[in-house]
Design a protein around this ligand. Structure first.
Ligand code: IPD
Ligand code: CA
Ligand code: CA
Ligand code: CA
Length: 272
């Protein structure tokens, strides 16, 4: 049997090797394609990084399935699926900003976020920090365990968020940000969902929300935040499902969700 801890070690090794590839190749990054809109870019390094992750998984874990941003789904027979974001924060990566990461998660069960069980995850960021967690085994920033206890009030919250790539959705997301600005200490938009969640795990952000995340944006980092004591859930309180994801300490989660609804967020909107 493969334990969550063993899967975390695989996730870390894959994230580390891929982070080295993208950090080394950054000066040559070029836009290779666009996806949901003209601003939704893919560089040739996203494709190379996804290829490396898939090649390594084919060698190390040939019976597992793969769900990755830049490639077709690969079926498996083991019941484990690897959920891959080869570069989270592609726009930052292209512009030479430090906020980007490789995200690798292992989940069991049906590979949709509503029903899967996250087992392990690793997020290696552009400054070389390795964030990781295994189910029931805690969360880590490099070798340092992460456990959040402080839960500031909503008006003392430094709140992270992000935006989708489609114009109409961004306009609506902007209106919600406007509504939230008067409710919290301040708002940050770093451009890398996986790192946003890791920063909540470490208390560098108090909380985070975003509409329209894809499974690979949060598969690893939601587990890291949860293992650090953060509540990460969809607006209805169930597992994040790509509509509105909210990460906050349990004591303030409900208040934040209510404030978001007052600011215009709703339960049905925002799937990617
Ligand atoms: C994006 C980033 C961004 C978030 C978007 C994601 P990508 O991922 O995480 O911060 O706001 O929702 O799609 O495209 O850079 O992998
Ligand atoms: Ca992308
Ligand atoms: Ca992403
Ligand atoms: Ca990506």
């Amino acid at each position: 049997m493969t334990t969550p801890d063993a899967l975390m070690h695989v996730a870390r090794a894959l994230a580390q090797e891929t982070a080295t590839l993208i950090i080394d190749g950054r000066s040559e990054a070029e836009v290779a394609a666009t996806k949901s809109s003209p601003i939704d870019i893919v560089t040739q390094m996203d494709l190379k990084a996804e290829r490396l992750l898939r090649d390594r998984l084919a060698e190390l874990r040939p019976h597992d399935a793969i769900l990755g941003e830049e490639g077709d789904d690969v079926p498996g027979t083991s019941g484990i699926t690897w959920v891959l974001d080869p570069i989270d924060g592609t726009v930052n990566y292209l512009y030479g900003l430090p906020h980007f990461a490789v995200s690798v998660a292992a989940v069991s069960g049906d590979p949709t976020p509503q029903t899967w069980t996250p087992l392990a995850g690793a997020v290696c960021d552009g400054s070389g920090v390795m964030w990781s967690a295994s189910r029931g085994g805690g969360a880590w920033r490099n070798a340092q365990p992460l456990l959040r206890t402080a839960a500031p009030s909503l008006d003392g919250t430094l709140l992270g968020t992000g935006f989708q790539y489609v114009a109409e959705q961004r306009v609506r997301q902007g209106e919600i940000v406007t509504g939230m600005l008067g409710r919290v200490r301040d708002i940050r938009r770093l451009g890398v969902a996986a790192v946003d969640l890791c920063l909540v795990a470490a208390g560098h952000l108090d909380a985070y929300y975003e509409h329209g995340l894809h499974p690979w944006d949060f598969a690893a980092a939601a587990l890291i935040a949860q293992e650090a004591g953060v509540r990460v859930a969809g607006i209805d309180g169930g597992p994040p499902d790509g509509r509105l994801t909210i990460a906050a300490m349990p004591a303030v989660w409900d208040e934040l969700a209510e404030a978001l609804i007052e600011a215009g967020a709703d339960r049905s909107w925002g799937a990617p």
